[in-house]
Ligand binder design. Structure first.
Ligand SMILES: [Zn+2]
Length: 291
């Protein structure tokens, strides 16, 4: 079953910005500027994306549409087929490497075998790519696309300086973000991307999951990785090699962050596996003698 698509907002959020929510799956964001509209992410299926476009076009002002893919994780770009031919799609150049990786197609094969709603998904890549950063000048609002790797190599966040709003997508996540792999390099990247977002000193930080707009999530994510490095740093070699370390008291997810009572068990299982990857990367970084 496709989740319900609805338009939403946060307290204090400028009315030019609309949260496009696909149930508990993911949030995309729609930004109206003077010159054009920007949609950041296309949701998990073309059907969901079409529903979002229908809801958004009920608004009177029709301007050209520009679409940004924050990164090539399924829930953020599998709706691209609903956009192709209608609007240019922008992504970071590293997105092309991910599209060439057979693992990307494998995720689709696996998910389509589990749920019929994924059977009409076509993997469609971006029309325009950039390295470093890119700026969309909307006239009244500026959208700075900032490369923030670590969750994935191609991840970009969006900074709107006029409103001091950061659309952090998956670079910031409640309760915890997930590092790309168990490697020390990726851990370093996710931590420096979080620091970069922290240094923006945003008024609102809006991730794609977790329904929060509080900038405090950035500090909490950074504190999580710091505590993780700290606790791993105090362990002996034999404990570091223990594959069950993530289930040991003091090293479980709930020993680092408070887990809401009402978190669905599938969501909790997902964040436990994120924590395992983060722990693995932290152990590798410790072995290499860096934080
Ligand atoms: Zn995501």
């Amino acid at each position: 079953m496709n989740p319900q698509v609805e338009l939403s907002s946060y307290p204090g959020l400028d009315e030019r910005i609309v949260i496009v929510r696909a149930g508990d799956e993911v949030d995309a964001v729609f930004v109206r500027t003077k010159r054009f509209n920007v949609m950041i992410d296309t949701l998990g299926t073309p059907e969901l994306c079409r529903r979002a476009l229908d809801l958004l076009e009920q608004r009177p002002e029709a301007r050209p549409l520009v679409v940004v893919n924050s990164h090539m994780d399924w829930d953020h770009f599998w709706g691209n087929a609903a956009i192709a031919g209608r609007a240019p799609i922008i992504a970071h150049a590293a997105a092309l490497d991910r599209l060439r990786d057979p693992a990307t197609r494998q995720v689709l094969t696996d998910k389509a075998s589990e749920e019929s709603r994924f059977r009409d998904v076509e993997i469609i890549g971006p029309d325009i790519t950039f390295s470093g950063s890119m700026v969309l000048n909307g006239g009244d609002l500026t959208l700075e696309l900032i490369h923030t790797p670590g969750h994935t190599p191609d991840h970009i966040a969006v900074w709107i300086p006029e409103l001091r709003i950061c659309l952090a997508v998956d670079a910031v996540e409640y309760p915890i973000p997930e590092v790309w792999s168990r490697s020390a390099d990726d851990l370093r990247l996710i931590r420096s991307s979080l620091e970069r977002i922290r240094d923006l000193d945003a008024r609102l930080v809006i991730p794609a999951h977790g329904r929060t707009s509080s900038p405090s999530t950035v500090a909490e994510n950074l504190a999580y990785f710091e505590t993780l490095a700290d606790r791993v740093g105090r362990l002996s070699g034999s404990r570091l090699a223990d594959p069950e370390l993530g289930s040991a008291s003091g090293f479980r997810l709930e020993d680092f962050v408070a887990i809401p009572q009402d978190m669905p068990s599938a969501t909790l299982a997902f964040y436990r596996s994120c924590h395992e990857t983060n722990l693995g990367a932290t152990i590798e970084a410790h072995g290499e003698g860096r934080p």
